[in-house]
Design a protein around this ligand. Structure first.
Ligand code: PMP
Length: 380
């Protein structure tokens, strides 16, 4: 069998930590009960594990256990937040042009039923400012939704500033914290945020489990109706093993965050410095400082990014939504930070994570330099 490529796509997903897998294992076949079945020991054991996981997640994020609702992931959390708050025709939502499709698509669907939205623009580094949000808020605005950190060019959004603007206008703030949680400090005790979405597989937990934080006092009518689990926010038999895994993965990520983020920033700086020195006209997109530790996003003008990814076969790399949902066009977010179509289509996202080393970075720069030079010669 051929050797596995080096994984450099940690924004897309991460491997499940073996300690997380171990914590989850008892909840598949030994303690398999339905957490809602309170009449017997099997159900009560599952319920107790679920509540323990909820408590751990709440402690990790600085909120109350009753404010955490388990979902199948950030896509579902985002949908529940938007559709559960902006219910009536005439209601208005403010969001930004750098959001994930699980924010933009539901809003586009909701527009068909008379629920309006405004998409505000970021600055050239991808940051959405409180003033911009404030000026988009109308008397009919029922929700603002801005992500905590961007999945393409890694911008860490000024959520405190945005939340302060929202509070001043009396409008709740939802943040899609999928890329932020477990990677940068995210403390709900101090952040002026009313709802937040997260997904375990982005921080070395399992896929198919996430959570929606809903601050006490925020009212929401969930579109996922049924058995009423998770305080009617997300009906459906709860994934107990997943919740246990999410809690364990989050605790591990937070305990190691300071050390790991310092290590990743050093790796990222090495990649950036070597790459800019070796490849003429390479341009780093996104912010210099307020950036996810493992993120780098670079344009290689004159190079088709799909050909580049193909040439870099020793690595698992993503264009990072450079082509939205497989279409040959740049994502809305890349256009929003001012990249023209040709430059956007020559851009690559690097997502460094726990398994990466200095050797990986050096090997990448070597392969990149050769591939960019060859592809530029071909395209002349
Ligand atoms: N929001 C952001 C910012 C993301 O990066 C992702 C995953 N790419 C999602 C939401 C959706 O997460 P999931 O696929 O786990 O539902």
């Amino acid at each position: 069998m051929s050797e596995s490529p080096i994984y450099l796509d940690h924004h897309s997903t991460t491997p499940c930590d073996p300690r997380v897998v171990e914590a989850m294992l008892p909840y598949f076949s030994d303690n398999f009960g339905n957490a809602a079945a309170s009449t017997h020991v099997h159900g009560r054991r599952a319920s107790s594990a679920l509540e323990d996981a909820r408590g751990r997640v709440a402690a990790s994020l600085g909120c109350l256990p009753s404010e955490i609702h388990f979902t199948s992931g950030a896509t579902e959390s985002n949908n529940i937040a938007l559709r559960g708050i902006a219910l009536d025709p005439g209601a208005h939502v403010v969001t930004s042009a750098v959001e994930h499709s699980s924010i933009i698509q539901p809003l586009e669907q909701m527009a068909r039923f008379g629920i309006e939205h405004t998409i505000v623009m970021p600055d050239s580094k991808g940051a959405v400012h409180g003033d911009t949000i404030r000026s988009a808020i109308r008397p009919s605005t029922v929700l603002v939704s801005v992500m905590a950190a961007n999945a393409e060019f890694g911008t860490v959004e000024p959520i405190e500033e945005i939340g302060t603007a929202c509070r001043a206008s009396g409008v709740p703030l939802h943040t899609d914290a999928t890329q932020a949680v477990g990677k940068i400090p995210f403390d709900l005790q101090t952040l002026p945020v009313d709802l937040a979405s997260l997904s375990a597989h982005k921080f070395y937990g399992p896929k198919g489990i996430g959570a929606l934080f809903i601050r006490t006092g925020t009212s929401l009518l969930s579109p996922v109706a049924g058995g009423g689990q998770e305080k009617k926010v997300r009906s459906g038999t709860v994934n107990v093993a997943g919740a246990v895994g999410l809690a364990e993965a989050l605790a591990i990520a937070i305990a190691g965050m300071a050390t790991e983020s310092e290590r990743l920033v050093a790796l990222r700086t090495r990649l950036r410095t070597k790459l800019l020195a070796a490849i003429p006209n390479a341009v780093v997109n996104g912010p210099d400082e307020a950036r996810l530790p493992g993120n780098l996003h670079v344009s290689f003008p004159g190079v088709d990014v799909e050909a580049l990814v193909h040439a870099l076969r020793r690595f698992s790399l993503s264009t990072g939504a450079a082509c939205a949902s497989g279409r040959r066009e740049p994502s809305r977010a890349l256009r929003a930070i001012g990249l023209d179509e040709r430059v956007a289509m020559s851009s690559l996202r690097f997502g460094l994570g726990r398994c990466n080393t200095e050797e990986h970075v050096d090997q990448l720069v070597e392969d990149l330099t050769a591939a960019v030079s060859r592809l530029r010669q071909i395209s002349v």
